[in-house]
Design a protein around this ligand. Structure first.
Ligand code: 5MM
Length: 338
């Protein structure tokens, strides 16, 4: 379709209260998730679980795109159906996680950079040729004693920009994910300060490399206190600080912002997104690209048993619908009992 350029796709992904399912857990991460429900992680169980999510009736009313791990992109279920084609058939854009995980800067440092840039262009080709519409690259910024260093923020920002440019050159929409991690004793103001510095640096790097800001999406964290700070989550304050931080750092041309859930509970992730959208007076569509906050309830319900497939799908559909309502600022706690 000629209209399907990167600007068009970036806009479509965040239109009409739709968001992204992040189902791109690497082999180690999905193993941890499956351990939590006592299910062995192997190709077959991973395929069954993800096929269950993607086959959820009506899911494309709320989900416009799914980030896949490379195994899933080329995987077929026991009926020989391609998981990626299933998404295409329901008008859900297939995307692909293209970073290769984290590496410490050196053995004395706990700060990391994201691996995979040298081989990225070559690795993108098979996905671009087989229908991927977008890509995702995650950088991690930790808060702690004397960290993050400017070196860490600059290096990761520069890698994100290089990744975004390579994606766009391959006609794929980059989803730029600089995640300021929630773990730690820091307060909400520290999270604000570090996120602001990081986003400023990310957009400096993106502009330096001439990345088309209209043909990308930003996937940031919300501004929350560290999980060991002892601070209670104040939903209104989080929403106000998140919007203030984004307004100060993100250029208007960016068509949409899709938040990560970063360890927030499913309900908190929905509630904060809803509050943000109630307060939003910007031109951006503010939506979700949740992994855990969309999947954890469904994962528990499934528990590795095929007879739980339908009820797990109901739960997944419900969470997606709640987050879609939150994109319009129309979620309410009473709807949770639907
Ligand atoms: C689903 O988790 C993604 C993959 O993580 P690993 O590479 O560590 O397996 C992750 O990148 C995810 O897309 C985002 O961080 C958002 O997920 P959450 O769970 O924070 O919403």
């Amino acid at each position: 379709m000629s209209k399907e350029n990167i600007q068009y796709i970036a806009k479509k992904i965040v239109e009409n209260g739709k968001g992204i399912l992040a189902a791109d857990e690497s082999t180690n991460t999905i193993k941890k998730r499956f351990n939590s429900i006592n299910v062995k992680s192997n190709e077959e169980t991973r395929c069954f679980y993800r096929d269950t999510l993607f086959s959820t009736p009506d899911i494309s009313k709320y989900i416009s795109g799914v980030i896949l791990f490379e195994e899933t992109f080329f995987q077929k279920n026991s009926s020989n159906e391609s998981l990626k084609e299933k998404l295409e058939n329901i008008n859900c854009y297939p995307g692909i996680k293209v970073d290769q995980g984290l590496e410490e800067f050196n053995k004395d440092s706990i700060e990391t950079y994201t691996k995979g840039i040298e081989t990225l262009d070559k690795r993108l080709k098979p996905f671009a040729e087989n229908g991927a519409k977008f890509t995702k690259w995650r950088s991690v910024i930790n808060i702690g004693e004397n960290i993050p260093s400017s070196h860490c923020i600059e290096e990761n920002s520069s890698l994100l920009a290089e990744y975004a440019l390579i994606s766009q050159n391959n006609k794929l929409v980059p989803i730029v994910e600089p995640e300021v991690i929630m773990n730690g004793e820091h307060n909400i103001d520290k999270c604000y300060e570090v996120t602001k510095e990081t986003l400023n640096q990310v957009f400096n790097s993106l502009k330096e490399k001439n990345v088309d800001l209209k043909g990308m999406l930003l996937k940031p964290n919300m501004i929350v206190p560290g999980d060991k700070s002892g601070e209670k989550l104040n939903i209104k304050e989080i929403a106000e600080k998140t919007l203030a931080c984004l307004t100060k750092t993100v250029p208007e041309e960016v068509p949409g912002i899709v938040f990560l859930s970063g360890g927030l509970s499913s309900i908190n992730a929905t509630m904060i997104l809803n509050e943000i959208n109630k307060l939003n007076s910007t031109s951006w569509n503010l939506s979700f690209s949740y992994g855990r906050a969309l999947q954890e309830d469904a994962l528990k319900m499934w528990a590795g048993k095929s007879e739980n497939k339908n009820v797990a799908q109901d739960i997944f559909l419900h969470r997606a619908k709640m987050n879609s309502l939150a994109c319009h600022g129309k979620w309410d706690t009473s709807l949770e009992n639907e």
